[in-house]
Ligand binder design. Structure first.
Ligand code: PLP
Length: 282
C-alpha cells in the first residue's frame, strides 16, 4: 500500500514519524475516517467540516486546504486501487523533542498522515445478521464531541465486549446511553419512532448519524433526538449503530437480551438501504 505522509506518497514501510510526535506522546491529534464505495468518497463534505471543527476546538491550525485534501483522498484511492473500504486521516500538532505539555511554537509543522483500509462496507455480513452489544460505563472525558485519537476508553470497551463474546459495546453515562464505542446509537420504539441522543459534548457528532436524521425526515419517518436509558433500549422494537465504517448495523441483542426476538429490524434495514442508495447517487 501507498500512504500519504506530510505531502509525500510513500510505500507504507517507508512512512515513518518521529518518536517525539505529539500524536504519539499526548494523543494531541484529530482524525477522520471516510468510507469509500465504488471508488467514491461517502459524505466527504461532512467529514471535512467536522475535521475543521475538531481543529478549531483544539487550537490546531488545519495545515491543508479542502481541495488538497480531496486530491489526497482521490490519489490514495487510485494509487491503492481501492474499490471499497475506508480512508483514515490523522493530523497531529507535530513533533517537539522538549516534551512540554504546552503547545509548541507555531513554527512546528503539524504531521499529516492518511492511508487506506481495504474492507467490506456494502455487503458486510453484520449488516444482514446484526450484532450483539454489551453495555459498559462511559469512562471517557468530557469533550467526546471532538474527534481525537485519545481512544483508549473505546479500545477497553471493545476489548471487554469481545471478551464476553459480544460484537461491540454501548456506553452508559448516568444511566443513559451515550453512543457506541465507535458509533452512534439509535433505537426504534413500538410507535416506529426513531430515537437517538441529542448532540452535546457527550457524543461525537457522527456524519452518518446526521445523514440518517436527514433521510428519515425526508422519508417522513418520525425521528426524535432525546436521551434514553439502557432499560428503554432493551425494551425497544429495534436498535442500530451508525458510523462511516458500518453505515448502519442492526443491533439484535443488548447484554444478552434479544431485541426484536434476535432478528434484524425492518426499519434498520430500510434506513440502511436508503442511505446506501442516496450515498451512491451523489
Ligand atoms: N461515535 C464515536 C465515538 C465514533 O468513534 C464514531 C466513528 O468512528 C462515530 C460516533 C460515528 O461517526 P461517523 O458516522 O462520522 O463515522
Amino acid at each position: 500500500d501507498i500512504v500519504y505522509l506530510d505531502s509525500h506518497f510513500v510505500p507504507k514501510e517507508q512512512a515513518k514519524i518521529s518518536v517525539f510526535d505529539r500524536g504519539f506522546l499526548f494523543a494531541d491529534a484529530v482524525y477522520e475516517v471516510t468510507a469509500v464505495i465504488d471508488g467514491q468518497l461517502i459524505d466527504f463534505n461532512g467529514h471535512f467540516q467536522r475535521l475543521q471543527r475538531s481543529c478549531k476546538e483544539l487550537g490546531l491550525s488545519l495545515p491543508i486546504t479542502k481541495e488538497l485534501l480531496v486530491d489526497v483522498h482521490h490519489e490514495l484511492i487510485e494509487k491503492n486501487n481501492l474499490h471499497e473500504g475506508l480512508i483514515y486521516l490523522q493530523i497531529t500538532r507535530g513533533a517537539d523533542s522538549s516534551r512540554f505539555f504546552d503547545f509548541p511554537s507555531s513554527s512546528v509543522p503539524s504531521t499529516i498522515v492518511a492511508f487506506v483500509q481495504h474492507s467490506t462496507v456494502v455487503n458486510h455480513p453484520n449488516a444482514k445478521k446484526g450484532i450483539s452489544v454489551i453495555s459498559v460505563e462511559d469512562i471517557r472525558w468530557q469533550r467526546c464531541d471532538i474527534k481525537t485519537v485519545a481512544l483508549l476508553a473505546a479500545c477497553l470497551a471493545k476489548h471487554h465486549a469481545h471478551q464476553q463474546g459480544a460484537d461491540d459495546a454501548i456506553l452508559i453515562k448516568d444511566g443513559y446511553i451515550t453512543e457506541g464505542s465507535s458509533s452512534n446509537f439509535f433505537i426504534v420504539n413500538r410507535d416506529n419512532e426513531i430515537i437517538t441522543r441529542p448532540l452535546s459534548q457527550d457524543i461525537l457528532p457522527g456524519i452518518t448519524r446526521q445523514a440518517i436524521i436527514q433521510l428519515a425526515q425526508e422519508e417522513g419517518l418520525k425521528i426524535t433526538e432525546r436521551r434514553f436509558t439502557l432499560d428503554e433500549a432493551k425494551k425497544a422494537k429495534e436498535a442500530f449503530i451508525s458510523s462511516a465504517t458500518t453505515l448502519i448495523w442492526p443491533v439484535i441483542s443488548i447484554d444478552n437480551e434479544d431485541i426484536n426476538q434476535g432478528a434484524v429490524g425492518h426499519l434498520s434495514q430500510r434506513l440502511r438501504d436508503i442511505y446506501l442508495d442516496k450515498a451512491l447517487k451523489k
